[in-house]
Design a protein around this ligand. Structure first.
Ligand code: ES4
Ligand code: ZN
Length: 326
């Protein structure tokens, strides 16, 4: 089988995906019209044309603005269902999906609106296609720790739907150490923990995520290459990195895909995985990201198989379910 076909055919997991970042311009346009929300765009093509970013913050500004069209339960159902349909198309059999409650609660849209919408789509996709989903509730790090603690408390009725907590948004100036208490509380409640670290931020933020937040995975983490002892630590612990190649190019973390370090990390035996991050903003879903590694980094078949196996190893699936796929 050629590599393109194999990328498609292999059952995969996706572990780093912001559901709000899967809001396609056409859906944004339709929901804006449904709710009478005015957008600063004249057409769907105009929305797409605006997606040129210089860094993480310039992207986040548009991402939060776009999320404002999500207002009722059915909007969140449609959003989740559209992503899970793409999972089915790409042979993604298990997804661990981040959502940002504060992006919605700060606009008066509560857990009782988005959680039932997500749940209905997750159940439909499970029934139709057998896809399994875990949800990761991510705290916005540009807000205070108190706001994150309030969010954890507001989620109480929905804890059974949530597998893990995460940390995202503007990394520089908002180090993991700012969130020690809320992560300790989440761990005590039995949640797994992940955090974005070493995307734009320095290796020190990855150390903090490991030592202060006690995370089970690092989201991005590509700046670990700047610190040899950190690389050794990640390798020794088999600590997974959920790497997002097309995201990193769009946000100028690397100048070009040919400069991306994912395959060199893989060849150094780090547990790296491939993910789409915010597919509608960064120009590709999961298989597009794998294909970019083939086109620009000459990924070979054994590297592909290792990356796909890592996606199961790094997941929060129970061991027997992981072993079923490995
Ligand atoms: C994000 Cl790429 C990225 N980094 C940090 N926070 C985010 N939220 C959505 N996408
Ligand atoms: Zn992310």
């Amino acid at each position: 089988m050629n590599l393109i076909k194999l990328i498609h055919a292999l059952p995969k997991t996706e572990l780093h995906l912001h559901i709000e970042g899967s809001l396609e311009p056409a859906m944004m346009w339709n929901l804006a019209s449904k709710h009478g929300v005015s957008l600063p765009y004249d057409s769907i093509a105009d929305i797409e044309a605006a997606y040129q970013f210089e860094d993480l913050q310039s992207f986040l500004d548009l991402y939060y603005q776009g999320a404002d069209v999500l207002r009722d339960e059915d909007d969140f159902y449609q959003l989740m269902m559209a992503y899970l349909t793409r999972c089915h198309d790409d042979n993604v059999v298990h997804a661990e999906i981040m959502f940002d409650p504060q992006t919605h609660t700060s606009r008066g849209v509560g857990f009782d609106v988005f959680m039932p919408g997500f749940e209905r789509a997750i159940q439909d996709a499970k029934q139709k296609w057998g896809i399994s989903v875990y949800l990761i509730m991510s705290f916005l790090r540009h807000l205070s720790e108190k706001d994150a603690i309030d969010t954890l408390n507001q989620a109480r009725a929905y804890y059974p739907m949530i597998k893990a907590v995460g940390l995202d948004s503007s990394e520089l100036g908002n180090p993991p150490e700012k969130f020690v208490k809320v992560f300790a509380a989440a761990r005590a409640l039995g949640f797994k923990c992940v955090a974005h670290a070493g995307e734009e931020g320095p290796p020190e933020y990855i150390w903090q995520a490991l030592d202060l937040l006690h995370v089970d995975r690092i989201d991005h983490g590509v700046r670990c290459v700047e610190d040899a002892s950190l690389m050794q630590r990640l390798k020794d612990e088999g600590m997974p990195l959920t790497v997002c190649p097309q995201s990193n190019i769009k946000l100028c973390v690397f100048d070009h895909m040919k400069d991306h370090n994912i395959l060199s990390l893989l060849d150094d035996d780090l547990c790296v995985t491939v993910n789409a991050d915010d597919p509608s903003y960064f120009g590709g879903y999961l298989n597009d990201n794998y294909r970019a590694l083939m086109t620009h980094l000459s990924m070979n078949e054994s590297q592909l198989v290792k990356l796909v196996k890592n996606s199961f190893v790094a997941s929060f699936l129970p061991t027997d379910e992981k072993n079923h796929w490995l």
